[in-house]
Design a binder for this molecule. Structure first.
Ligand code: SAM
Length: 542
């Protein structure tokens, strides 16, 4: 099975199904749940057992603005899912949640509770409430309220503090600038003033909001490349004062009133390395060259602008049909870039049109990474919208403006329907028997509270271990096997297990349908027998 997954099903069940294999292994979660505007028609359909709760939850479903309990229902929907998401996060994991003014205040309250986030990073797990300004609505009656939020929480801030983690993203728009520079260098060769003139005009002509425009101060050029001319005076005043000779006139250059930011020795090294930009003569204040190539990364900013309509338009042309309010892969990509490394897993349990997978694949293509994605979507469009978008992004989109997307980002994924949950009654009757690996993963997770790395069926039914315990599951998913003697823990098998445990200095837990030995005889051999399907519960070491 491919490691990239798109799962069709309700995320409450899908997240539970992911726990045995992925608990503590997801580096980054991005979710964009229904905002609960009252107009989305989302239905609260969790399978709660209490009849009173069921009646309360289904009244007025789908949930509309008139429903006075719509906030309670939304919180009931989110609460267990957020708990499960935290279980899936790695120690150094991060969760981002898109939301708007309808629920942000309540979401923050439950996130603070579920993520133990009473304080702001570095003292707590709350990182920030980022603001995404998405364009003006000039027909608004009072204010043009056109922003939404991305909440960011850590699983464990202490982990990030100890590792000294910093988040950085590559500045956007650089490719356009480099492309223009290459074009001008081809045209004008070493005539830097000409290149600078045309470059400045190009920057000026870019529309407001173009990602390259923010870097228009990188409008100077020398043989090393593009740079901006940075102030060389000491920011707080009281800087060093020493003479700097102008290279052409040989006179002392003007010293800024605040003094130099560098020591004399450092200044001389910069001059020798051609990193100081002198004016036409000594009367001009000199500046320091800061090259774009050497400052491509920046700290992500908590407030940003990105036109909300652009992603909708791109997606419509990619899919050939509309999808309401998709998020923008160009916004998600830098988030994933900042917090994940090449092999990390990124999960989105409210996948919609699959923007998260698009962003992950684009990022991998850009930096050669091998990040994986897991998407969950409950609607019937999981295949023909969510997965279809990802297929197209992988294989290439002929109509795309971006050349890399035209070619396709490459990759693959597995599309799966959420199977039936493991149900003990069904196991008893033999009606629903899970596969060996599914059951072993489940047992290991329930037994240890964490997932084992690689679970596979072996001849001797061993399937995994902790530092002190070895785990065995005598099982095949057929009633014929389970009712046969082959499914029993007998003397020969117990002796083999005991010998393996002795060699490893560990004890064993053995799950099986029946045994031909008493627990009294098994205990001295270091074996605890667990009857299937009843004894699927935590085990204690030792
Ligand atoms: C706001 S949309 C997400 C849009 C997405 N970020 C994009 O860029 O296209 C929310 C999505 O979550 C899905 N969803 C809602 N409840 C769900 C549930 N319980 N399980 C799985 N998906 C769910 C909805 O069907 C919808 O597609």
């Amino acid at each position: 099975m491919d490691e990239n997954l798109i799962i069709h099903g309700d995320n409450l069940h899908a997240l539970k199904a992911l726990l045995p294999k992925y608990a503590g292994k997801i580096k980054c979660i991005y979710i964009d749940p229904p905002y609960n505007t009252g107009n989305e028609g989302w239905v609260y359909n969790d399978n709660v057992t209490s009849p009173i709760m069921q009646r309360w939850l289904t009244t007025n479903s789908p949930i509309d603005v008139e429903d006075l309990e719509r906030h309670d229902k939304w919180l009931c929907m989110m609460w267990p899912r957020l708990h499960l998401l935290r279980e899936l996060l790695s120690e150094d994991g991060v969760i981002f949640i898109s939301i708007d003014d309808n629920e942000v205040h309540l979401l923050r309250a439950i996130m603070d509770e579920i993520f133990d986030a009473r304080r702001i990073f570095p003292d707590g797990n709350f990182v920030g409430q980022f603001v995404w300004a998405a364009g003006r609505k000039n027909n608004a009656r009072l204010f043009s309220n056109s922003h939404n939020y991305i909440l960011c929480y850590l699983n464990n801030h202490e982990f990030l503090n100890q590792s000294g983690t910093t988040w950085r993203v590559r500045k956007q728009g650089l490719e356009d600038i480099y492309k223009k520079h290459t074009e001008l260098a081809r045209k004008h060769g070493q005539d830097f003033p000409k290149i600078e003139g045309e470059l400045a005009a190009w920057f000026k002509g870019l529309p407001d909001g173009h990602s390259a425009k923010r870097h228009r101060h990188y409008c100077y050029v020398d043989s090393r490349g593009l740079y901006h001319a940075s102030d060389a005076s000491a920011p707080g005043g009281n800087g060093a004062r020493y003479p700097v000779l102008h290279p052409i006139t040989g006179e002392d250059c003007v010293v800024p009133s605040r003094g130099w930011v560098y020591t004399e020795q450092r200044m001389n090294a910069l001059i020798a390395d051609n990193r100081i930009r002198f004016g036409a003569d000594e009367t001009f204040v000199l500046t320091v060259k800061v090259y774009l190539k050497e400052s491509e990364y920046e700290t992500p900013y908590s407030v940003f602008y990105k036109d909300g309509r652009a992603a909708t338009k791109r997606l419509r042309s990619l899919l050939g049909k509309p999808f309401p309010f998709p998020k923008d892969e160009e916004v998600l990509k830098p988030l994933f870039e900042a917090v994940t490394g090449p092999g990390d897993i990124i999960l989105d349990s409210f996948a919609g049109s699959g923007t998260t997978a698009h962003a992950v694949l684009a990022l991998n293509k850009e930096d050669g990474g091998n990040r994986k994605f897991i998407l969950i979507e409950c609607e019937d469009y999981a295949d023909d919208i969510t997965a279809e978008r990802v297929r197209r992004v992988i294989n290439g989109v002929a109509s795309a403006r971006d050349a890399t997307l035209r070619q396709g980002f490459g990759g693959s994924f597995t599309y799966c329907e959420l199977g039936e949950p493991i149900d003990e009654a069904g196991m008893l009757s033999g009606e629903t028997l899970p596969s060996y690996v599914t059951l072993a993963n489940y047992i290991a997770y329930v037994a240890t509270g964490s997932s084992l790395d690689a679970v596979a069926r072996r001849e001797d039914f061993f399937f995994g271990e902790t530092e002190t315990l070895r785990f065995y599951l005598i099982y095949e998913p057929t009633l014929a096997f389970l009712e046969s003697n082959a499914a029993a823990l007998d003397g020969a098998r117990a002796a083999q297990i005991a010998a393996q445990c002795k060699a490893a200095g560990k004890k064993a837990y053995v799950w099986g349908a029946h045994k031909f030995m008493s627990q009294k005889d098994l205990t001295p051999m270091g074996i605890t027998f667990c009857q299937l399907p009843y004894n699927m519960h935590p085990v204690t070491d030792g």
